[in-house]
Design a protein around this ligand. Structure first.
Ligand SMILES: Nc1ncnc2c1ncn2[C@@H]1O[C@H](COP(=O)(O)OP(=O)(O)OP(=O)(O)O)[C@@H](O)[C@H]1O
Ligand SMILES: [Mg+2]
Length: 230
């Protein structure tokens, strides 16, 4: 199993925010994490990649348990995380941002980011800080893919972006997960979008998973959609 999560609890210092979370993800599998604001989605992702405290449970990569609160092994293991603020270097150009990401390449998968995001190719010499929000999100995903990951974790793909660019990002993620057997964990506020990109979904409420299953089944279930109404 590429990525196995067993009964984890996580948070910050003495503050416990997520608990009892378990799931498996194999190569090419895609999982959407949904839930209203403040339900613990970001904290879950941060706990998974060692950026928040893990109080209980196990995270295993290829069957090997990882230490809690240590983000360092993840790049080497082919796991890459795009935070909700996107995390690009604003003063560096688009090309420099991507080149830096390649330095930490795991190089399991070779993704042609120029073909995936032609807009970035034209803007190679532009400082990342001068890009639109949508272009910055493209760059954040391009940087993540340039590390040659096996598992991509994205927090808030579409937040604040125009529909046309969201569509381009969605198509890129669908293409790259299928063609490269890339696993994906995606958090997004738009359930329809997240369930279109991902085969499976889980819904969080107050730090716990309250519903989980195939997108095709849950997307048609009104009780499930009620859990997401703000
Ligand atoms: N660094 C922190 N220290 C303490 N509490 C935090 C910290 N970050 C988040 N929290 C709290 O943890 C809870 C879950 O927040 P989290 O950001 O994980 O939710 P979320 O589902 O990602 O929300 P959103 O939809 O707004 O992104 C909230 O009550 C929040 O106030
Ligand atoms: Mg969040």
């Amino acid at each position: 199993m590429l990525f196995a999560v067993r009964d984890i609890a996580g948070g910050y210092g003495a503050i416990h925010i997520v608990k009892n979370i378990s799931f498996d993800l194999d190569a090419g599998e895609t999982l959407a994490v949904l839930g209203r604001n403040g339900m613990g989605k970001t904290t879950l992702l941060r706990t998974l990649v060692g950026l928040a405290d893990r109080f209980a449970g196990e995270v295993k990569v290829d069957g090997e348990p990882l230490p809690a609160r240590n983000p360092r092994p993840f790049a080497r293991l082919g796991i890459t995380y795009v935070p909700d603020d996107r995390g690009v270097f604003p003063r560096l150009t688009v090309a420099e941002n991507i080149r830096l990401a390649r330095l930490s390449a795991y190089a399991q998968t070779e993704v042609d980011v120029d073909a995936l995001f032609p807009e970035l190719k034209w803007r190679a010499r532009q400082p990342a800080g001068t890009l639109s929000g949508g272009q910055q999100q493209q760059l954040a995903i391009a940087r993540a893919l340039a590390t040659g990951p096996r598992l991509l974790i994205v927090d808030e793909l579409s937040q604040g972006l125009q529909p046309s660019i969201v569509e381009a990002l969605a198509e890129a993620l669908i293409a790259v997960t299928r063609h490269n057997r890339l696993a994906l964990i995606l958090v997004d506020q738009n359930p329809k979008l997240a369930m279109r990109i991902c085969d499976r979904v889980m819904v969080m409420q107050r730090g716990e998973v309250v519903a989980a299953g195939p997108s095709a089944t849950l997307g048609a279930d009104e009780r499930f959609l009620d859990l997401l109404i703000v």
